[in-house]
Write a protein that binds this ligand. Structure first.
Ligand code: AMP
Ligand code: MG
Length: 324
């Protein structure tokens, strides 16, 4: 059994003690719930991969309370300093060179010489990280490949019995993961994963971003991007303009007339922030209604919509075991 406690001061202090002792604690951030473990504790990090069923090649994002704390293990250049000053705490993850003297578990960075780091903006996460006093690796608190959790109940649905504690801080604000930027190569700013911070906001601080590097001959910059992800068990059909009687409907904006098995609207007023906030909870709800398929209406791939469309596309990919 996994304990679940409100994220009040006593709960947060207990969670910090557990993390320092090598425990696994799920906690809210402004993006999604993270599954935390002390990044300097190799055994604790091994348990994170085991609890999630996460492939060992997929490195974890390290979370700290302040930019100063991240400089102990990540090497900042001027661009990284400017981005951290502009957006931390917030939904931005930076990939930076790993400092060789750092005591980070090699497993946490999947053996790479780079490290992903973020200062989250959620008050519970901030207080917890400050009390732990060291970097906390925190991938999303779901089984690998499945829908990310935006409530404590979602975490328990996936990880009950596999982790020590869930800190319940209520539903998260943003609802999609952080934007991941690769700054590990001089002169290049690569967007590895669109997320809670928009491309336009970042480009106002740096120059325009390089596209994700999937061109032939280029090494894969972010191992996690190869994998099917964010997926409910029910198949998805994207850019739907109609819906069959045995499908569920995930709508956006004004709804078409529907005889669907069940319907949820990401945002009746077509607001992308509202849609991000609702996306994962609604996918979980529609996954549970026994429909043959979930039909998803089109969303604009601009602003926060870039992250939403990215997640829906990955969720819709044919699972490897049923590929033709
Ligand atoms: P999550 O599993 O939701 O925490 O996502 C973390 C993402 O960051 C995954 O796509 C990882 O592959 C990526 N990531 C973490 N560390 C690195 C790194 N050192 N280099 C490139 N990508 C990374
Ligand atoms: Mg994840």
């Amino acid at each position: 059994m996994t304990a679940c406690r409100p994220a009040d001061p006593a709960g947060i202090a207990h969670a910090a003690r557990l993390l320092r002792q090598g425990g696994l604690v799920a906690f809210p951030t402004e993006t999604v719930y993270g599954l935390g473990a002390l990044a300097t504790d190799d055994a604790a990090i091994a348990r994170v991969f085991e609890a999630k069923g996460r492939p060992a090649v997929n490195p974890l994002i390290l979370h700290v309370a302040t930019t100063a704390a991240s400089r102990e293990f990540a090497a900042f250049d001027d661009r990284a300093e400017a981005l951290a000053a502009a957006f931390w705490p917030g939904p931005l993850t930076l990939i930076l060179p790993l400092r060789q003297a750092a005591a980070i578990s090699p497993r946490a960075v999947a053996g790479l010489d780079t490290v992903a780091v973020r200062v989250p903006g959620h008050a519970v996460a901030q207080s917890l990280l400050a009390q732990v006093g060291g970097p906390v690796a925190a991938p999303s608190a779901n089984r690998s490949g499945r829908v990310s959790p935006t409530t404590a109940a979602h975490v328990l649905a996936d990880l009950d019995g596999r982790i020590d504690l869930v800190l319940d801080g209520g539903p998260v604000q943003i609802g999609v993961e952080s934007t991941v930027l690769d700054l590990s190569r001089p002169g290049r700013v690569g967007l590895l994963r669109p997320g809670g911070l928009t491309r336009a906001a970042i480009a106002a601080v740096t120059r325009p971003l390089d596209e994700p590097s999937s061109s032939p001959g280029e090494p894969v910059r972010s191992p996690g991007l190869l994998l099917r992800h964010y997926a409910p068990r029910t198949a998805l059909r994207l850019e739907a303009t109609d819906v069959a009687p045995d499908e569920a409907l995930l709508a956006f904006g004004p709804m078409p007339p529907t005889g669907a098995v069940a319907t949820r609207n990401l945002s009746a007023k077509a607001d992308l922030a509202e849609a991000a906030h609702n996306l994962y909870a609604m996918l979980r709800e529609l996954d549970a209604v026994g429909a043959r398929r979930i039909a998803v209406m089109e969303l604009p791939a601009t602003g926060l919509g870039e992250a939403l469309v990215d997640r829906l596309r990955r969720a819709a990919e044919t699972p490897p075991d049923t590929a033709p």
